[in-house]
Design a protein around this ligand. Structure first.
Ligand code: C2O
Ligand code: CU
Ligand code: CU
Length: 581
């Protein structure tokens, strides 16, 4: 063997070994909360903090995470019908918000841009879980900073369980045959290993926060719950050997029956649940891939890399095919399933004939507003309510994408059902079978029109709005977002705010030790919000619709003087003071 050949063989071997260097897929911990038998509430302590994560050799990367995680957060487990209360502590050095994406809950608990949580503050939203079993997620929603905060790692999954799903023959052994996948990508600065702050299309895939992830799975039916967690990129999912997978769930519910596919275009913010039958395939290996080489240029992630300095053209995964997760199939093990069910549930959707109102909305390039894209040529403004929706309205929304780019529409509060899509020449494209279920995120390519039907049930609030926006985070931050209030009296949203005299509220005892009771003088209204601030004006507690019967728990406050800002249901503010001893 000559010297050169040996050298060549060694290099080849090294490349091969390097390629085979996979890292074990991380499975996020679950947090099912702590049930309080006295109040029948399940409590979820959640903290948000800055951190450092070792993604690459050399420098650690500055990241952020929830609870014990340096990047991303635990998977919250909610049961339908359960009362949940979140005790969120913001330990970041920045103001933030935390949004429950896809969850049906009151606007004041929704964690949108209006529920800003200053550093050091505890926010306590609570609600009764009313969503169908599916996969949801949580992430910050601070206007103008959503991308920055989500990019740093602030995102996590929510699994909602219900009795209907529990009775189906579906894998649900979390981390074993029910695999959560949070798929995103980042660009790292090549010298310091920090996340690139301009480029929203990464060149490195992170699957559950792991580079080159590998997982070993039993040779059984495997369920994957997949979240498109990219800042802007879509992933055209498929398996390297074209194994058929079965979509069983869309954003907000299981489908009526599994839909067999070999590709699924997953948008940022969107979730699907799929089943893959690996029975009889022990010792095989394959890859979950993004077949983004088949995307057109108007699909986020479809623009080819061209080495320019323009950030969105300079992404090496653009118009490429790349790996998301390497899979090794082990032995079957015990338990699990060997067949794909044929039916799942019966979803019933609203009837078009029952529509109370149709609305139209247009995505446009908006050079006038000096930002790339807006909805209806109105850049998002915190104090402007774009739409007022009567409670229980059944509405059809039709969205025209007249802009030069594809976008990803997302709406808070509700799940919708897609009625139809039209292509650029007005031809009807039947909704994809895998989009037949309940959705809160949908991709709309340039030139397309899409209609959906929905009903705005349960939660009316003329003070706090819900959002609708493009889920490409740069677009959202730049103002491709609007807001709506759901009202039960047909009156319009945000009113003038009056400051009432201190006598409008009764606060006792004062001084207080561990419980503080608050009542309003005017019994015809009730308390909408209480904020507790310390002597230096720092917010300590944000309590939307607080439970007042048993008093506010102030045991953890240090002794001193505190300020209360009490807001009633008319939006009036009553300032008060109390002393904690
Ligand atoms: Cu996932 Cu309004 O957000
Ligand atoms: Cu959302
Ligand atoms: Cu967009």
């Amino acid at each position: 063997m000559n010297k050169f050949f040996t050298l060549f063989a060694v290099c080849l071997l090294q490349t091969f070994l390097l390629k085979a260097q996979y890292n074990k897929l991380a499975i996020p911990d679950t947090l099912a909360g702590y049930y309080d038998a006295g109040t029948h509430v399940t409590n979820f302590p959640i903290s948000m903090h800055e951190s450092m994560t070792q993604f690459l050799p050399g420098n650690q990367t500055i990241t952020a995470g929830f609870n014990d995680n340096t990047f991303l957060g635990p998977t919250l487990i909610f049961n339908k019908g359960e009362k949940v209360q979140i005790n969120l502590l913001n330990m970041l050095n920045d103001t933030t918000t935390l949004h429950w994406h896809g969850i049906h809950l009151p606007a004041v608990m929704d964690g949108g841009p209006h529920q800003t949580i200053p550093p050091g503050t505890i926010w306590q939203p609570y609600w009764t879980v009313d969503d169908a079993a599916s996969t949801y997620w949580y992430h910050p929603h601070l206007h103008g900073h959503t991308n920055e905060q989500v990019r740093s790692g602030l995102a996590g999954l929510i699994i909602v369980r219900d009795s209907e799903e529990a009775s189906l023959p579906l894998p649900r052994r979390y981390g074993l045959d029910d695999i959560p996948l949070v798929i995103t990508d980042r660009k790292f600065d090549s010298i310091t290993n920090q996340f690139d702050t301009i480029q929203r299309y990464g060149d490195t895939v992170l699957t559950n926060g792991v580079l080159n992830a590998v997982d070993t799975l039993p040779a059984r039916v495997i369920r994957f719950r997949i979240l498109g967690a990219a800042q802007e990129r879509c992933y055209n999912l498929g398996f390297s050997d074209n194994t058929t997978f079965y979509v069983i769930g869309s954003d907000g519910s299981l489908l009526n029956s599994p839909v067999p596919l070999s590709r699924y275009l997953l948008s940022p913010g969107e979730r699907i649940e799929i089943l893959v039958n690996f029975t009889g395939r022990a010792n095989n290996s394959l890859d979950l891939m993004a077949y983004n080489d088949s995307l057109n240029k108007t699909t986020p992630g479809g623009i080819p890399y061209n080495g320019t300095s323009l950030p969105f053209l300079n992404n090496k995964l653009g118009h490429r095919r790349f790996n998301l997760l390497h899979l090794q199939i082990g032995s079957a093990g015990s338990g699990g399933y060997t067949t794909i069910p044929t039916t799942l549930k019966t979803n019933t959707f609203w009837n078009i004939a029952d529509t109370n109102l149709s609305r139209k909305m247009v995505f446009v390039n908006d050079t006038a507003a000096n930002i790339p894209f807006t909805i209806d040529s109105i850049p998002f403004q915190m104090e402007y309510i774009n739409k007022t929706i009567p409670l229980n309205n059944i509405e059809v929304w039709t969205i025209f994408n007249n802009s030069s780019s594809g976008h990803i529409f997302h709406i808070h509060d509700i799940q919708f059902h897609i009625i139809e899509r039209k292509d650029v020449s007005g031809n009807i494209i039947a909704p994809r079978a895998a989009e037949e279920g309940w959705k809160d995120v949908v991709f709309l390519d340039s030139g397309q029109t899409l209609s959906f039907i929905t009903k705005f049930t349960d939660f009316a609030d003329s003070i706090k709005p819900y959002m609708y926006h493009c889920h490409m985070l740069g677009h959202e931050d730049a103002g491709m977002m609007g807001q709506f209030v759901v009202v039960d009296n047909h009156s319009s949203g945000i009113k003038d705010i009056n400051i009432l005299p201190e006598s409008a509220a009764i606060v006792f005892p004062n001084p207080a030790t561990d419980k503080l009771f608050v009542e309003l003088e005017d019994k015809s209204t009730s308390i909408y919000y209480i904020t507790i601030l310390d002597n230096a004006g720092r917010t300590k507690y944000m309590l939307p619709n607080p439970h007042l019967k048993d008093g506010l728990n102030i045991a953890d406050l240090k002794p001193g003087t505190y300020f209360l800002s009490i807001i009633d249901n008319h939006g009036n503010i009553i300032p008060r003071k109390f002393v904690k001893i």
